[in-house]
Ligand binder design. Structure first.
Ligand code: FES
Length: 170
């Protein structure tokens, strides 16, 4: 069996070399814009993180208290600070409750005992929406769902809150 010796001509060698170098350079030019395009996707999201709301658990009473804090939000390339709020209290079982103040009707802000006519309830002034202390919407008022509940955790005696989710999912 005879082996055929393959000769590479100067022209072929130049063709292979230039194609290789050209392809390498083209790949280098594509990587940078591609990396920029998908960078936000590759970055770790802070959405699921819990934030320290600067409230000691021992200071939480049975009276719902409004707690405000800020989180850093990254939306694509845009970084900003977002204000967050919750109504926090301890229920009759000494469990910490943290409700979103956003009304489940059309998104106004609810207040604890916001109306003298409805003591011991959360009240939305926009359309007289009402919620019991456990966040459940009062039947016959505009809201059709309970207030959202924040994910929560206690670390070193401090309250940390995360995303507000529909009751039963937090
Ligand atoms: S927005 Fe709250 S009752 Fe309509």
């Amino acid at each position: 069996m005879s082996e055929k010796k393959q000769q590479v001509s100067r022209r072929q060698f130049l063709n292979y070399t230039l194609t290789g170098v050209g392809g390498f350079m083209a790949a280098g030019l594509l990587v940078s814009p591609l990396r920029m395009a998908i960078d936000p996707v590759l970055k770790e999201s802070s959405a699921g993180d819990l934030a320290n709301v600067s409230l000691a658990v021992e200071d939480i009473t049975t009276e719902p208290t409004r707690v405000d804090w800020k989180i850093d939000q990254i939306d694509g390339w845009y970084e900003s600070q977002v204000n967050k709020s919750a109504w926090v209290f301890k229920d009759e079982n000494d469990e910490i409750q943290a409700f979103s103040p956003v009304c489940k009707h059309l998104g106004c802000v609810v207040s604890w005992e916001g109306s003298e006519d409805y003591p011991n309830e959360f009240y939305c002034p926009c359309h007289d929406g009402r919620y019991y202390k456990d966040g459940t919407n009062v039947p016959g008022t505009p809201p059709l769902a309970p207030l959202d509940v924040f994910e929560k955790e206690v670390r070193d005696g401090m309250l940390f809150l995360g995303e507000a989710k529909p009751k039963g999912e937090a």
